[in-house]
Design a protein around this ligand. Structure first.
Ligand code: MN3
Length: 215
């Protein structure tokens, strides 16, 4: 069965005023929709890959046939990234983290504010399109990284605990060129319950990711 665009877990206007309805509509339906469509089109040429999850496809890109490697990198990456992104946000989210992720952030970065500063700085400094992440290493350490385009930490052997989208399509309609303002406001819609869920999966050494997809 082909990969499918998952529905947004809330309304298009649910993250107002942090993220406006028009941005959410275009971002989910058109941008994420296109990644799914383009991924399915690329995979048609290699039916042996049909049963792989999008995470499996990007875990070892060298194993992907060269003629579709770029398309898989961009579009399976885009699919995995956005599937996570919708879920790690929610209306009336934000606030200080709680539970195990709060303890882990304090241990790794000193305190939540310093972590946010580090995360936002990495997002501002990502040149052009990309993502900023809290990623987990195989030895359990946490780090803030950024990736270009739709690259996901999975392709570097890291676990994507959560990330923010710093492509202009994620914020330009409302924030124009003010990416730092978007990065700061975004914390008000973060879903710490879902992030704790992903962190627990990382700590338990399970598959690096949610079965991202309703296939
Ligand atoms: Mn995006």
């Amino acid at each position: 069965m082909a990969h499918q665009l998952p529905p947004l877990p809330y309304g298009y206007d649910a993250l107002e005023p942090v993220i406006d309805k028009q941005t959410m509509t275009v971002h989910h339906d058109l941008h994420h929709g296109a990644y799914v469509k383009n991924l399915n089109a690329a995979l048609e040429k290699h039916p042996q890959l049909a049963d792989k999850t999008p995470e499996d496809l990007i875990r070892d890109l060298n194993a992907i046939p060269e003629d579709i490697r770029g398309a898989v990198r961009n579009n399976a990456g885009g699919h995995v990234n956005h599937t996570m992104f919708w879920k790690i946000m929610k209306p009336k989210g934000g606030g200080d983290p709680s539970g195990p992720i709060a303890e882990a952030i304090t241990k790794a970065f000193g305190n939540f504010k310093d972590f946010q500063t580090k995360f936002n700085d990495a997002g501002v400094k990502q040149f052009g399109s990309g993502w900023v992440w809290l990623a987990g290493k195989a030895n359990g350490e946490l780090q803030v990284i950024s990736t270009p385009n739709q690259d996901n930490p999975i392709s570097q052997g890291l676990y994507p605990i959560f990330g923010n989208d710093v492509w202009e399509h994620a914020y330009y309609l409302k924030y124009n060129n003010r990416r730092p303002e978007y990065l700061t406001a975004w914390w008000n819609v973060v879903n710490w319950d879902e992030i704790n869920h992903r962190f627990a999966a990382f700590k338990s050494g399970k598959e690096a990711h949610e079965p991202a997809m309703a296939r």
